[in-house]
Design a protein around this ligand. Sequence first.
Ligand code: ZN
Length: 486
Amino acid sequence: MIKKALLGLVGIILILLIVIVVRTVLNSPDSQLTEKIAPADINVDAAAGRLGEAVRIRTISESRDAPVAAEAFDALHALLDRSYPLVTAQLKKEVIGGHSLLYTWKGSDPSLKPALFMGHMDVVPVEPGTEDQWTHPPYSGKIANGAIWGRGTLDDKLSVLAILEAAEYQLSKGFKPTRTLYFAFGHDEEIGGKNGAGKISAHLKDQGIQLAYTLDEGMVIVQGVMPGIDDPIAFIALAEKGYLTLELTATAVGGHSSIPPRATAVGKISKAIARLEENRMPASLQSPASDMLDTLAPHMPFGLKAVISNRWLLGPVLVGQLGKGGSTNAMVRTTTAATIIAGGSKDNVLPSTAQATVNFRILPGDTIETVTRHVEQVIGNPDVSVSIKQGNNPSRVSSLQSDGYKMIHKTVQEVFPDVLVAPGLMLAGSDSKHYEAVADNSYRFLPMRFGPADIPRVHGTDERIMVDNYGEIIRFYIRLMENAAS
Ligand SMILES: [Zn+2]
């Protein structure tokens, strides 16, 4: 009897193994058949000089409460008008929300839903005290060692300038789009984008305009981040995570520390944080992370490929592994990060309150409400109150099957024949979220080539873009306009 059962078990395991191997072997890369296109004949050095000039104009978003750098935005607008005379003469330009720009390039076929390419003109400040650590000063726009240096060269003046470079080039060639193209450049993305992208979106909605898709900054071309894949990968984000900051306040009896209660405010707040770190939001593998793995699995080594190709059996193992890493964990769950703790001011006085601030990045599927409820349940202490300080829900997940996605995918392959293309999830936020009401889909991708050392340059020291890569980015938009417009 036992022997029979054992034999049965061995049989089942054998069948499972065969299924796993077959599914893994069948999961082979699609042949990427893309025509090579001749690179557009642009003067990259002159374009780099124009980006450098834009970097010198300090369009800084200091904070939500600080006044807008109005004069700097005026100067940047004037520079754009001067630098792109054909765009200035032939496209409709509107100033919205005081300092944001919306260009309209009317297409010949009104039956096609318009596409909107975006970027933002504002930059984050340079952290005081770090100015001297820059190889070239942060607002120098200097061109040296094959790169353009300064704030905005990665985030995100290069998008604005590259889109206009591409449009200027196309206008010089007499190109006429069939689909209407919009270029939208916000002035307050770094502080939430409400007055820029928010108002441009409302402006479009007022006119009854519904876009086929938007394309914004977001994910990039990276190398060496996926195990077993050496090729650079262009990640086109289908969604961005939400943002939530909760403030926890613990209350207790104050007084002299010589007769303390059993639980102090400091103790209660500490316990609350510890409980939250022990009881994270649950991990799960869903789109876009699942789409990303499905797309890249065929290029992975056998073991990984086997696990990803057989999620029907090995899904929990996979999610468990992803949930352990730093960036992979952020892809499969709403993250919890305690960022501020405060309470008490004197060594012999019991504070009556203590506070903590916890920042969450919300995975599509979760919401501000579900996360807040989770936090209240996990803390489970009526003496610790939870209040929402700031939050926005995750974006919706855009389609992988839309014409817009396929077109962007194809354009990347044409201009960057050396890279793999995959969908992704953006962990930070962008202006795209403001366009959900007027766009069928929103994609977030800018073809900057990033190595691991480049990530800290964004919002950090030594922000710079290689001139060659800037040329590729302009050529990407040139091709994108051709592909999008028809
Ligand atoms: Zn940005």
